[in-house]
Design a binder for this molecule. Sequence first.
Ligand SMILES: [Cu+2]
Length: 160
Amino acid sequence: MRKTLLWSIGLVAIMIGVAIAQESMTDNHVLTTAKDLKWGDAPPVFEKGATMALVSGDPSKDGLYCVRLKMPAGYRINAHWHPTDEHVTVISGTFALGMGDKFDKTTMKELPPGGYALLPAQMHHYAMAKTAAIVQVHGQGPFQLTYVNPADDPTQRTAK
Ligand SMILES: [Cu+2]
C-alpha cells in the first residue's frame, strides 16, 4: 500500500516535470532567417553608427538573450565589462577583440566569420570592426555594459 502511494507520487512528479518542459519548449521557439531580423539603432550605451537586431529573449530582463550588432568598418567599442559572461560569434566581416583597460590595436585578435569569443563576467575588453561586420552576442540578461573610463560612455556625455 505504502509502496503504491510512493509510486503514484513519483509518477505525478514526473508528469508535472514533463508538462513544464513541454510548455517552455513550445513557448520560446524561434526560427528565423537573417533576412527576417528587424534592425534598429543600437542602445545609447553604444557609439552612434551601430544597429542591433533582437534574435531571441529580452536583453533588458533576467534570462538568456541573443542579439546581433551590425557595425561599419572602423567602429570601436572602448574598454568595458559586463556583469555576466558575454558570448560573441562573428557572422560576417572581421571583428577584433582585446583584453585590458585600454584600447590597444597591437594586442587585438582578429576573428573572421565563424570566429567566437567568450568574455567572462567582469573581464575588461574592447573591440573593433576591422571591416563592416555583424556579430551575434548572447548571454544571461539583463545585459549591462560599463565602460572602464566613464568618458567613453555616450549616455554620460549626452546627459550633461
Ligand atoms: Cu563586451
